[in-house]
Design a protein around this ligand. Structure first.
Ligand SMILES: *Cc1c(COP(=O)(O)O)cnc(C)c1O
Length: 358
């Protein structure tokens, strides 16, 4: 389907834009949004860009009761040449459809959704902040709208995309974070929904986050849901360790979210001929590596921070201080390269960028 089939209604009341050097995360939204509806028997229809506004839903809508909803997160950047770049948006749309599948929600046309996203960005392009480190955060999401209290997949859905200009993640330079290893709560289990970006996973993770924060840690390191032994993720990020020259990340096992930053970091390391392995890794093994002085670096990966270095891990009354609590050399190199590619400052040998025609 081409972009002509996306109806456009422009706002008559453009909002005042925020100061682009004062932005935080996810509090300000642009003038327009993309929406599209699904009805059983009819499929997806009414793709359009309309003024950003609240939505009305029946109180019995299935999303409120049984949580049938999925989302994505990606970013757009404006380059020094005033070009607008998206980072691997096709991967986000593919993953959104995989999440859909897990939640018994209907597949959508990824090309149409990307066309809708491009149209929305064209219309709201003046909202893309151009201050160093800032970006336009993009939130596609789909939710069940049928009013029905029976536990069954909805027969109607809405797909929306909203945009939010966001500030630099690292305003005061990249400071490694302190992480508490979580041995009681779990985020996901094999056979569950951990590999889907669905709301319930995040609601269920907030308690552990709250407890960790109260103890002075910024995130938790999640262990597997069965034995509480094997490392899975850090907060809502994938996790990597550099041990004796080799980079290790937990293999995708059904309960880990398949991050696009994770995938890109693996491809980058392979390109640099740095050994990188996806495998099961236990907290025990990580501690032994630490004791032997072989744990060189640790970092999380995700769209929001790109790379989040880990300075300290707290596990069973033991403190593992990684690289003296400072960002590691490789972590820094990955961060600089990834953000350089994303913002157009470096060449794009992997063809990860998608340019939005303005
Ligand atoms: C979104 C997410 C990630 C990171 O995925 P990216 O595509 O790199 O942003 C990792 N873990 C969880 C639980 C997530 O929700």
């Amino acid at each position: 389907m081409d972009q002509l089939s996306i109806h456009v209604q422009l706002t008559n009341h453009p909002k005042e834009k925020p100061a682009f050097d004062q932005l935080s995360f996810g509090t300000v939204f642009t003038d327009h949004m993309f929406t599209m509806d699904y009805t059983e028997g009819k499929g997806w229809h009414d793709a359009k860009v309309v003024p950003y506004k609240p939505i009305t839903l029946d109180p019995a809508a299935i999303v409120f009761h049984y949580g049938q909803t999925v989302f994505e997160g990606l970013k757009a950047y404006v380059t020094q040449e005033d070009e607008v770049l998206l980072f691997r948006p096709d991967e986000n749309m593919k993953r959104l459809n995989r999440s859909n599948e897990r939640l018994c929600m209907p597949a959508f046309d990824e090309e149409l959704a990307l066309a809708g996203l491009r149209k929305l960005i064209q219309i709201d392009k003046d909202w893309i902040p151009n201050v160093e480190g800032t970006s336009l955060y993009i939130r596609p999401f789909i939710f069940a709208t049928q009013p029905y209290l029976g536990v069954a997949p909805s027969k109607t859905y809405r797909f929306m995309i909203i945009l939010s200009p966001v500030g630099a993640y690292y305003k005061e330079g990249i400071n490694p974070v302190r992480i508490a290893v979580e041995s009681e709560f779990v985020r996901a289990v094999k056979g569950g929904t951990g590999s889907a970006k669905t709301a319930g996973n995040y609601a269920g993770a907030m308690k552990a986050q709250e407890v960790a924060e109260a103890k002075g840690y910024s995130q938790v390191l999640w262990l597997d849901g069965k034995e509480h032994k094997y490392i899975e993720e850090v907060g809502a990020m994938n996790v990597f360790f550099k041990i004796n020259g080799e980079v290790v990340t937990p293999s995708l096992n059904g309960s880990i979210l398949e991050g696009i930053t994770r995938k890109s970091v693996i491809e980058l390391l392979q390109h640099w001929d740095i050994p990188v392995t996806e495998r099961q890794i236990s907290m025990e093994e990580l501690f032994e590596a630490y004791e032997s002085g072989l744990l060189e670096e640790a970092f999380g990966t995700g769209t929001a921070a790109v790379i989040s270095p880990i300075g300290e891990l707290f596990w069973q009354d033991k403190k593992l201080v990684v690289n003296h609590g400072e960002i590691g050399e490789l972590s820094k190199k990955i961060y600089d390269t990834m953000t350089g590619i994303q913002t157009g400052k470096l060449p794009d040998p992997f063809e990860w960028r998608m340019k939005v025609e303005l």
